[in-house]
Design a protein around this ligand. Structure first.
Ligand code: HSE
Length: 435
């Protein structure tokens, strides 16, 4: 087979890592593909003066790479949804295959991009868009292809997990750890994407689309970040035998699909509760294999490049095949949309951790318990602390049994209306993650 020519657009952390892996492992990769992979051109708006790219041509116009008739595969590593989207559509229009690490692009514009790619008979591969170096897309598409997937739950934002881990292990302050995550290059250009759950929501819709064969529906994900988690919530959760993790959860229920990203209490004994720092993990529950857990580096230059290069190899292997034999990456039917509607968060069922500050006088607990009971919510566990010296407010922590979110919201509104409860009630969802 002739050499396969690749154009890399975007030469930041992931672009330079991809170039490094392709160059360092060129012999092994050529043997696996049955053809040499050549980086024919790099598109970098700021050039590549600080990097050693040998004699590889560098073009400051990334669209010129998409128009280069020699190139078979355009690798989009620019990020964002503006230039990156135009570039990907241009490459597809030119009949080129695309590899991208861009989760926002796939989550928000994937339906359009895949439709155009199908018309043109080209592949769009996106393994690096979710969980960095963990081959979770290939696991869902290939390794678990014979299974019916019931649910999946993932720690899919490394920055958020790093922050929660440091808060728990070292009692560090939220903003201080976030600043370190930014300095270490884990965080998005706009770190709100990490701490408010947007990045995880992008990744979750991609996983759900593959798991359940539904279109990408970013606008339907319930998204809550970690910015309101207080150090005392982390401590109380541990006292109750739980750990707080920021999870993306997708579940196929009889009524529809749950798609949600939020801090979650999970039993400390679960493996996924012990995934720390910037590491990612995705737990998949499926009918044939049961639970399976995928763990690894969720961010960083070469871990993400590992996934990009795997996609380049995958696409290169199909170049010898007929267009009909190329596997469509997201084959779904529009009917799947009505058969599997995404549920509003008010209809989702989970257990809850509630923390509130109560005035230290008799009867408060019974009033709170009465409100919960009137909504049909039962209490699983309770912690009530002595008030600190000379204070008359006591922290009260309640773990509920599973309930519908709408009922819990109604109860919380009533509890917050009690004269003896001061401030807002903190609520965090609880998942057993049992198979
Ligand atoms: N900001 C992302 C994270 C990078 O922290 O997970 C990898 O997608």
């Amino acid at each position: 087979m002739d050499p396969v020519k690749v154009g890399i657009c975007g030469f930041g952390t992931v672009g330079s890592g991809t170039y490094a892996v392709l160059t360092r492992n060129a012999a092994e990769i050529a043997a696996r593909v049955g053809a040499e992979i050549v980086v024919a051109e790099i598109g970098a708006r700021r050039g590549c003066e600080d990097s050693d790219v040998g004699a590889t041509a560098v073009n400051r116009d990334v669209f010129a790479v998409a128009d280069n008739p020699e190139i078979d595969i355009v690798v989009e590593l620019i990020g964002g949804t503006t230039t990156a989207k135009d570039l990907v559509l241009r490459a597809i229009e030119n009949g080129k295959h695309v590899v991208t690490a861009n989760k926002a692009l796939i989550a928000e514009h994937g339906n359009e991009i895949f439709a155009v790619a199908a018309e043109k008979g080209v592949s769009v591969a996106f393994e690096a868009a979710v969980a960095g170096g963990i081959p979770i897309i290939k696991a869902l598409r290939e390794g678990l292809a014979g299974n019916r997937i019931q649910w999946l739950a993932g720690i899919i934002n490394g920055t958020g997990n790093f922050i929660l881990t440091e808060m728990r292990d070292k009692g560090r302050d939220f903003s201080d750890v976030l600043a370190e995550a930014q300095a270490l290059g884990y965080a998005e250009a706009d770190p709100t994407f990490d701490v408010e759950g947007i990045d995880a929501a992008h990744k979750l819709v991609i996983l759900a689309s593959l798991a359940f064969g539904i279109p990408l529906q970013f606008d339907k994900v319930y998204t809550e970040g970690i910015s309101r988690i207080a150090p005392e919530d982390v401590t109380y959760a541990e006292e109750l035998g739980y750990r707080i993790k920021h999870l993306g959860i997708a579940r196929d229920t009889d009524n529809g699909i749950e798609l949600r990203v939020h801090p979650t209490l999970i039993p400390v004994k679960r493996l996924i509760a012990n995934v720390n720092g910037v590491m990612n993990a995705v737990l998949v529950q499926s009918d044939a294999v049961g639970p399976s857990l995928y763990y690894g580096a969720g961010a960083g230059s070469e871990p993400t490049a590992s996934a990009v290069v795997a996609d380049i190899i995958d696409v290169a292997r199909t170049l010898g095949a007929t267009p009909d034999a190329r596997v469509p990456y997201l084959a779904f039917q529009q009917s799947a949309l009505s058969a599997h509607p995404v549920l509003p968060i008010d209809e989702v069922e989970t257990a809850f951790y509630l923390r509130m500050s109560a005035v230290d006088r008799p009867g408060v607990l019974s009033r709170v318990a009465q409100i919960l009971s009137d909504e049909g919510i039962s209490i699983e566990a309770l912690i009530q602390k002595e008030p600190p010296e000379e204070a008359n407010l006591v922290p009260m922590i309640i773990l509920t049994n599973r309930t519908i979110e709408g009922k819990l919201s109604s109860a919380v509104a009533q509890i917050e209306g009690l004269e003896s409860i001061v401030g807002e009630v903190t609520r965090i969802r609880v998942e057993s993650l049992a198979g």
